[in-house]
Design a protein around this ligand. Structure first.
Ligand SMILES: *Cc1c(COP(=O)(O)O)cnc(C)c1O
Length: 392
């Protein structure tokens, strides 16, 4: 019988009932660079940690199970995973990519991959006619859904059908929802990308990345590339991600619950001109999310009436941290213009709707009353100060 995802976060089915590793319930950290051979021509199956490491392998099996994939590969960061994925392509290849993406992915595609002879069409996959951008050298479609930071939602199944029809790979960065809420491989994707730094590890204490696939040919290519280029995740970091994943379910549920409350609170503020959260029934992607995901996540973006107001929030928050990153237990507020999306050319930022009064919130698992208390205090203070400035 198929196990529920919360159980899969804790137990690898194939290891149930085995008492290897002295019955250790927490998987051991094999902090070794190399492995001794019993004799010439014999190997324990482990030769060198760039190629194989039991702790990393255990994590990879857990993540593959969570995404219903055949294989998962663990990398030192999310960007290391995406960089390696780009090695599947050759000079002359063309990719269709979402216009609104994590800033680091945009930087990689336009500053590194283009130099290597790969070309891109950056389009709004959630609303444009994707098929009309396909030409004879198009090899893949690369999306995020919801996108970072504008929370655009694309129908994965429809894109999967287009990709299949034209023999393209569909690659989905699933960082924002985690496998707890969404499984793109089940909807027709060929490769799933994760920044494991975010929800999977979940504690703002380590960097990690993943590629997951359900295709044997892709898995073999990626395995060859990771052992050759050497960007695999270190044993201790693998263990940290394993520990984080154990609580993925309760963290996702609690942070989503808090996010819904905060989204509604923000909607009631005079200074907030727009709240972009797919969990709100008014969000244009709400119905697609209900169809293809099991939740809406805990990321939300909002627009303030002015740049001044946005900056003042960043100055005044204390418990809520003004920091880059997302998906951890602590609530973080990010300023995309100067942080995650600083290297994205201004005209692209503007086209995507990221302005100097846009803030992004990664809602954590604090007592929501304390989050609301702080937000309320900060908003009232700023309103008072801006009012005083007008008077004088
Ligand atoms: C953070 C992030 C990445 C990059 O991951 P790192 O672990 O920071 O290298 C990629 N995609 C998305 C959606 C992200 O949020």
């Amino acid at each position: 019988m198929a196990r529920g995802i919360e159980t899969k976060c804790l137990h690898l089915e194939e290891e149930e009932g085995c008492s290897s590793n002295y019955g250790s319930v927490s998987y051991p950290i094999y902090q070794t660079a190399t492995y001794a051979h019993p004799s010439v021509g014999k190997s324990t199956g482990y030769d060198y940690s760039r190629l194989q490491n039991p702790t990393r392998e255990h994590l990879e099996k857990v993540v593959a199970t969570l995404e219903n994939g055949l294989d998962a590969l663990a990398f030192s960061t999310g960007m290391a995973a995406i960089t390696l994925m780009m090695e599947l392509f050759s000079p002359g290849d063309h990719l269709i990519v979402d216009a609104d993406l994590y800033g680091g992915s945009i930087r990689l595609f336009h500053n590194v991959s283009e130099k290597n002879g790969i070309t891109f069409s950056s389009i709004d996959c959630y609303k444009e006619d994707v098929e009309s951008y396909i030409n004879e050298n198009t090899k893949a479609i690369y999306i995020e859904t919801p996108t970072n930071p504008m929370m655009n939602v694309t129908d994965i199944k429809i894109l999967g059908e287009i990709a299949k029809k034209h023999h393209l790979l569909l690659i989905v960065d699933n960082t924002f929802l985690s496998p707890y809420f969404q499984n793109p491989l089940d909807l027709g994707a060929d490769i799933v990308v994760h920044s494991g730094t975010k929800y999977l590890s979940g504690h703002n204490d380590t960097l990690a990345g993943f590629l997951v696939t359900n295709r044997k040919d892709i898995s073999e290519k990626l395995r060859f590339l990771i052992k050759t280029t050497g960007s695999g995740l270190a044993p201790f970091d693998s263990w940290l991600v394993l520990r984080g994943i154990k609580t993925l379910g309760i963290r996702m549920e609690k942070s989503q619950q808090n996010a819904i409350i905060i989204a509604n609170w923000l909607q009631g503020q005079n200074a907030v001109t727009k709240v972009i959260y797919p969990g709100l029934p008014t969000h244009p992607g709400h119905e697609i999310m209900k169809k293809q995901a099991r939740g809406f996540g805990a990321m939300l973006t909002f627009q303030l009436e002015s740049k001044e107001f946005a900056l003042a929030i960043l100055e005044k928050v204390r418990m809520i941290k003004f920091a880059e990153s997302l998906g951890g237990v602590e609530t973080l507020v990010t300023y995309p213009t100067t942080q995650t999306h600083a290297d994205v050319p201004e005209e692209i930022r503007e086209r995507n709707g990221i302005t100097e009064s846009t803030l992004r919130l990664s809602v954590g698992i604090e007592d929501v009353k304390d989050l609301l208390d702080e937000l309320d205090k900060v908003f009232r203070e700023i309103e008072g100060e801006l009012h005083d400035q007008k008077e004088s």
